[in-house]
Design a protein around this ligand. Sequence first.
Ligand code: BGC
Length: 745
Amino acid sequence: MHIFKRDANLVHLLILLSAVLSGTSRLAAQDTDRPWKNPKLSPEERAEMVLKQLTLDEKLALLHGNGMAHNENWTMPLTSLSNGGAGYVEGVPRLGIPPLIISDAAYGVRDSGVNGRYSTAMPSNLGAASSWDTESACAYGTVIGQELRAQGFDMTLGGGVDLVREPRNGRTFEYTGEDPLLAGTMDGSMMKCEQAQHVVGDIKHYVMNDQETGRNFVNAIISKKAMQESDLLGFHIAISIANPGAVMCSYNRVNGAYACENPYTLHDVLKTDWGFKGFVVSDWGGTHSMIAASAAGLDQEQPMADYYGPKLKEAVESGKVPLSEIDDHARRVLFAEFLSGVVDDPPQKGVVDVAKGFEAAQRVEEESIVLLKNDHDLLPIDPAQVHRIAIIGGHADVGMISGGGSAQVDPPGGNAIMPPGKGATEWQEQIWFPTSPLKALRTKLPNTKIDFDPGTDLQSAAALAKNSDLAIVFAYQWESEGMDLPSLALPGNQNALIEQVAAANPHTIVVLESGTAVTMPWIDRVAGVVEAWYAGSSGDKALANVLAGVVNPSGKLPITFPISDKDLPRPAIPPPPRQDHSRAVADSSPHPISSGPPAYAVEYNEGAEVGYKWFEAQHKQPLFPFGFGLSYTKYEYSGLTVDSTAKTVRFTVTNAGKRAGTEIAEVYARLPQGAEESSYKRLAGWKRITLEPGESQTVTVPIDSRVLKTFDEANNRWNFAPGDYAMFVGGSSDSTPLTGILQVR
Ligand code: BGC
């Protein structure tokens, strides 16, 4: 009996062993069959191996979308496989190459609610850029990447980095500011960490997609030199940091040619000069040709196959499009899949970690809120002095607003101000998250009487303010893809409301929930202004923490706030011409537009003088300058030394106040006198420094020489002019107490 049992055990063992061995040999056979499965090889090698196995049909399948979920104009037989996302690209199942299941995800995963899921809304991209914190940007991207995967997606359409040269652009909230170094660094850091979660990363909208007005045909006119030193530089920095699998070309034209068939921006700059190895994906419906687009470097058409489907096959077979181009496009898509880890680790649907998302969203928002004005240190609220607070306007009793369009993240349970029973939220509808700052403040200050007035009746709002120790007016400015703002003024009667409340109570604070800069005709009449941006899923708690002083604000503006729209390079966005297709099209660009939509050129004559550079060069005083933001403590700067060889600056920052805080110390450089660009300074570096009261820290900040170079258009190269570069160090672009000289020989 005993012996029998032992034999049985032995047999068991042998069976197990042979199973393991045969499994191993099967695996080994598979590995020899599929050498590209070896993660030790480079993404380039792996992509090349797979490419060699592909039929023409399989290659072409990688080059186009299959429709867009929830869009009846854009459906194809395979659209239903898109998991409710923006796009679906077939993989190569026989070779283990997964499909691309694509979702929008600018500040969180889009279309969750409509798909019965949940996503975290991070603060708007512009808001998050106000932290100037690459770690916070990384946390931002990590949350989005993890939630994409948990929802079954393996490619993101986030990563907006177009410079804010037109602050009325309805998508300003999706971008990371007006300075190429800051915007590129923040956006690149977000996308690097997002892609690290094994989703194909994306940087968009390449390039000069600076307004929504006429976006499908507007022709952005700008010199190559200026574009290189501004918008292209921002993209280059973001792409160098993120190394994304994809870059999305934009709807507009650039100097005549559509961005998705632009030989200069796609072939010459992105792929040749920058060596970008991923694929170029068209914005949705942004493909306008086949032969021209393919030759210029468009790799994938979305969301349909109008040009890159059967027509492309025919063109290849008849020799109109060389097979080498198809190979290049397909290789790039495969490369992106290997690079991002999608092949080795395809997404598995799971449950979104809501608590983690809330945590991260709150932390990012706490670093992003910018304190713009705080007379007599009215903030933080001191419950010993302030017994009655009036909260007025901005639907503060129910929630906070979010940015619309393809970036829109669905709030849990639907729009907080949607009439009951209305159901799903819609494209271009003001969506409010159920994050009531009124409730959050009541929780934070339990012994203070806090009343609410909706602000619709100015008299009643003023009366409540008058009977309170402090009035906080919530003002909002809503933005969305597909529209631009007529001006930076607060819409509706909000300016009048603020004036009335401030007249009734000098202790009035304005909290702004905006996607871009806001003009403030009432600025001298209010005691304080707090910019909360679109504050995301935990915006209420973050804001309450800042107002109550649990968090000391540290955010700094990533864009200039002008006094008036008239101070911008264009007092208004030029209106597009009437849609008169019969009219002969005259175009000032070197590539005349032959047919189709009306000629509508916007000339960016300000060139590389975007934002604060424009204000400085034009000697215009902004309302609040780029890089500006107050704190509940104050910082002093001293002891600048410049190391011209190492290209670093060293200085000391002291917390001269009574609270711990974090200062963003900014370093600017002005090009040598005589250089044509010397009329403005450029952000060249920065450092976040956390200091206890009375503490000093001496820091060394490297100067980013990319922003000091000038582009020589004739020779297509960058010059680093010898000479004396004036260095400026301080707490904002127009407050730089320390100056020095960096010598370049
Ligand atoms: C937007 C893109 C977006 C795409 C897919 C387009 O309208 O411009 O940013 O990723 O739609 O939703």
